[in-house]
Design a protein around this ligand. Structure first.
Ligand code: 13P
Ligand code: SF4
Length: 297
């Protein structure tokens, strides 16, 4: 099947973009494996005729927004992100009315419609830099309240208002102080994603996006306790075979695991499921994403 997928990819002049949480057999066939920011950058740079996004829907939508003329597909139609569903356009509109002077920063883990209402988007890799780049003292930030708390801690001079107050990712919200204690007993370096709750962020040795984890995993005491979706630790083991990484077995993003090799093969053959968005939404969302890309990491 892998041979067939590679042949189809060449025949269709397709590029496969996969997120760090994708099953390892999908990552092995991807042209690019990365965090949300890296996938956005690659989506913008590609000259492929067909863009296959192995990840969740918001990632495929971002690729489409940056490539309105190209065909973008996601192998499983209902691979979503429950965190993205916390932020509706109504929540943003209401908050804007209450805080007319505030800037709106929307995390890429969001729908295209919410991005279209943003002044700028951000990822976990550049959220602080994006917020710092804005002249506004008050920032409406959604949908992840834990990432908002991280930005607030890094930028005490600003007022970061989470939209909505309790927006969270269930995978990262599952890390507890008991996990910290268990790790501390064995020693090493605790690295958490900024979607983890504030009490975990405070206790961790490092806070990083998944791309940041890939870049920094050669440094720090071992073992590395990887406080994010568990596939990240599997990837780090492949990239750094001499180092020790521990995952939390229960930290699984169910939507990230929906895509199988069979789905990928079928998607390439049939060129489905195509991402279709309204041109107006795409134009507005693109402005917000391009502003983010101009800020960088
Ligand atoms: P990264 O941008 O760090 O890869 O995070 C995306 C994500 O969905 C985290 O849960
Ligand atoms: Fe969304 Fe959480 Fe899955 Fe990331 S890990 S895609 S934030 S549900």
């Amino acid at each position: 099947m892998e041979k067939e997928i590679r042949a189809l990819k060449a025949r269709k002049n397709a590029v496969i973009l996969a997120h760090n949480y994708q099953p390892m057999e999908i990552q092995a066939l991807a042209d690019v494996v990365g965090d949300s920011l890296e996938l956005s950058v690659k989506a913008k740079e590609t000259d492929a005729d067909l863009i296959v996004v192995c990840g969740v829907r918001f990632m495929a939508e971002t690729a489409k927004i940056l490539n309105p003329e190209r065909k973008v597909i996601i192998p499983v139609e209902d691979a979503g992100c429950p965190l993205a569903d916390f932020l509706t356009p109504e929540v943003i509109r209401e908050a804007k009315e209450r805080h007319p002077d505030a800037a709106v920063v929307v995390y890429v883990n969001s729908t295209a419609e919410s991005k279209a209402l943003a002044d700028i988007t951000c990822t976990s890799a550049n959220a602080v830099q994006v917020a710092r780049s804005l002249p506004n003292d008050t920032i409406l930030f959604g949908p992840d309240a834990n990432l908002a708390a991280y930005v607030q801690r890094e930028l005490p001079e600003k007022t970061i208002i989470p939209l909505p107050p309790g927006g969270h990712c269930y995978v990262h919200a599952g890390f507890t102080l008991a996990d910290i204690e268990a790790a501390r007993e064995l020693g090493g370096t605790i690295v958490c994603h900024p979607e983890c709750p504030p009490e975990i962020q405070e206790q961790a040795d490092r806070i990083a996006s998944t791309g940041g984890m890939v870049r920094d995993a050669a440094t720090g005491d071992e073992p590395w306790w990887v406080f994010t979706e568990r596939e990240m630790a599997f990837r780090l083991r492949v990239l750094y075979p001499g180092r020790v990484f521990y995952e939390k077995p229960e930290a699984v993003c169910a939507d990230m695991k929906k895509i199988s090799l069979t789905d990928l093969q079928r998607a390439l053959e049939r060129e489905e499921h195509e991402i279709v968005l309204s041109p107006e939404v795409m134009d507005r969302a693109r402005r917000a994403i391009e502003r983010m890309l101009a800020v960088g990491t």
